[in-house]
Ligand binder design. Structure first.
Ligand code: SF4
Length: 606
């Protein structure tokens, strides 16, 4: 294609929607960009209503450049170059040719650079009514475009999310496609990084990292580049929103600037990041992460999962804990740091508490649940130990501790049933999750599996609201989205009010709720057990899955089923694969860390 600058045309986003509507419009420009684009258009007096327009070049079958916040942060010459180079990109046949490059200034495979942004080239037919639209048409189209943008922006579920959910549901083993299943109906699953900073400075028994992990240098540049690549693949494959863990080694060994850059990168890909840590860092590190060089918060909210248990060695102040209870001051101090950060700088937080459970500390779970539940964490997650990772760190037989063993201790710690059966995340042999709130010293489930009215609202919720991004949507926009759902399902209002009434009653009544709220004793609280599998079971099961075969051996087949219902994915941009975390740790980590050891040696020889 030869591009003619005089043929530069203004194209409204109505002409750019792809047939499957999976990508949505990408025509948001700020004023500076709008000015630049106006000048690029080369039409004196031609008003470019910024925020509503994309530009394109046409010489027959047109190639249209579409940017998403694309030129922000780039200088006009860069942007000009990028735009003109995009224009020179060859146009393919039909609609939907797509080019993408999110690397700042990096050449794409076609040889044209981006300007720290991504572009799409969409080809469309030359007789498009949008080309050469006059001013009257332009006004009508502006209104139409505005309306369509509003409609798209307030769609309850992003079209890509809807498609990914349907695909996930279809791929699930029949045994987990149950009424209580969340995966594929509301959530695509969690995500995690790997190989981004393998090193850790504590020692645990067991340790899920491979033998070579501590021989890999922590390198912020490598971390951010890998996070970018992995999150990019996850966004492409799993849609625009998900929760993702910044995990791999010990996150606080990253320089705070690199840590912040990694979180920012994850957010840029629509991921809600959670940093996984052993919790052995001080308030200075937290502030350096949360605040920029001028002392202003870089983030409105931070999420951390802190791992505390007596199987860990080397923690500052308590290098060899003899019991779980000895760690309570450290658990509490960790939360306190975040309270101080919020008090001084307004940075909100979400904290999870993780604990590995072996035969050695199983009987201390109840005490941990009793004492840690009121510390300020919003989630308590327990992981029965598995034989994964560094076999030098395995102590005894971990197979004797299962999900039920841990859950029984959890319930005895709270002195009540912790009902989880109303909702299931993936395979019940892998996960057990109970969503609820803590009111004073009592945990109240959001859904009671024995209450048919609660099950009714669950079913309506998954059917009508499944896929709505509750956590990552601004409140006003979320309200509009919810109203759109309720307009289609008005009967849900009455059912929802009934649920609120039951929740208040279970919580002890309005007065108790209000008092608890005022006293800061009304908090969300989720209890989780995540049951990783042994490497010896995962390796043969994964091998068969890769070969497209199903095992005859029931135990291996069960492992295959669990892997195919996995809720915790890790991305491999080099192959385009997404793998379950069990596979990553059991099969892929050892080789990956050997390579990283060569790539990032501890001692750099100049
Ligand atoms: S397959 Fe492994 S990583 Fe995935 S949900 Fe099950 S236990 Fe978790």
């Amino acid at each position: 294609m030869s591009a003619d600058p005089q043929a530069l045309v203004l194209v409204q986003d109505v002409g750019l929607e792809r047939p499957d509507d999976t990508n949505g419009p990408s025509t948001e420009y700020d004023d500076a960009e709008g000015d630049l684009l106006s000048r690029l258009a080369g039409r004196p007096g031609y008003k470019v209503p910024v925020k509503e327009r994309a530009i394109g070049l046409s010489d027959g079958p047109a190639s249209v450049a579409v940017g998403r916040r694309s030129l922000l942060g780039s200088s006009p010459p860069d942007a000009t170059m990028a735009a003109s180079r995009v224009a020179l990109a060859p146009a393919g046949p039909g609609v939907g040719t797509r080019r993408r490059d999110s690397r700042r200034g990096a050449p794409t495979s076609e040889g044209w650079p981006s300007a720290g942004c991504w572009f799409e080239c969409v080809t469309f037919h030359p007789d498009s009514e949008l080309l050469g639209a006059n001013h009257t048409e332009s006004l009508a189209m502006t209104i139409l475009a505005l309306w369509r943008r509003l409609e798209r922006a307030t769609r309850p579920v992003h079209p890509v999310t809807r498609r990914v959910l349907a695909e996930r549901w279809a791929d699930l083993p029949a045994g987990v496609r149950t009424e209580e299943q969340i995966l594929g109906r509301h959530a695509v699953g969690c995500e995690g990084t790997h190989g981004v900073f393998p090193k850790c400075n504590l020692t645990c028994t067991p340790c899920y990292h491979s033998k070579d992990a501590n021989k890999v240098r922590v390198d912020g540049g490598h971390t951010v580049a890998q996070v970018e690549a992995q999150m990019g693949l996850l966004e492409d494959r799993r849609g625009p929103r998900a929760h993702a863990q910044l995990i791999g080694g010990e996150v606080s060994l990253l320089d705070p600037e690199d840590h912040a850059a990694a979180l920012t990168t994850m957010r840029a890909h629509g991921r809600e990041p959670m940093s996984m840590t052993h919790g052995d860092f001080d308030a200075g590190y937290l502030r350096a992460l949360a605040l920029d060089g001028t002392g202003k918060p870089r983030f409105g909210r931070l999420s951390f999962a802190a791992h505390f248990d007596s199987l860990m060695r080397g923690r500052t102040g308590i290098p060899r804990p003899r019991s779980e209870v000895e760690l309570n001051p450290f658990r509490s101090r960790f939360v306190e740091m975040f309270h101080e950060l919020r008090r001084d700088h307004g940075v909100r937080f979400y904290l999870a508490h993780n604990m590995t459970v072996t035969p050695g500390n199983l009987d201390q779970v109840a005490e941990v649940v009793d004492e840690v539940s009121s510390m300020g964490y919003s989630m308590l997650s327990f992981q029965p130990a598995a034989h994964i990772g560094d076999d030098r760190r395995w102590k005894g037989d971990y197979r004797t501790v299962g999900i039920d063993d841990v859950w029984n201790r959890l319930e005895s710690g709270l002195g009540q049933r912790v009902a989880w059966e109303a909702l299931q995340f993936g395979d019940p042999r892998c996960n057990r999750t109970a969503f609820g709130v803590r009111v004073e010293d009592r945990w109240v489930p959001l859904l009671d599996p024995d209450c048919t009215d609660d099950l009714d609202i669950r079913d309506r919720g998954l059917a009508h609201f499944g896929g709505v991004n509750f956590g990552g949507t601004p409140p006003t926009l979320l309200a509009v989205k919810l109203v759109r759902v309720l307009v289609r399902h008005p009967g849900d209002v009455k059912v929802a009010l009934g649920w609120v009434r039951r929740l208040v009653r279970r919580s002890g009544g309005v007065r108790r709720l209000v008092l608890a709220w005022r006293g800061g004793r009304f908090t969300p609280m989720t209890y989780v057990v995540h049951n990783f599998m042994d490497a010896a079971d995962v390796a043969p099961a994964w091998q068969l899955t890769q070969e497209g075969r199903v095992a005859d051996d029931p135990a291996v087949r069960a492992t295959q089923e669990r892997l195919s219902a996995c809720v915790y994915a890790m991305a491999h941009p080099e192959t385009g694969e997404l793998v379950p975390a069990c596979v990553q740790h059991s099969v892929l980590d050892p080789m990956e860390n050997q390579e990283l050891r060569r790539l990032l040696p501890l001692t750099v020889v100049c």
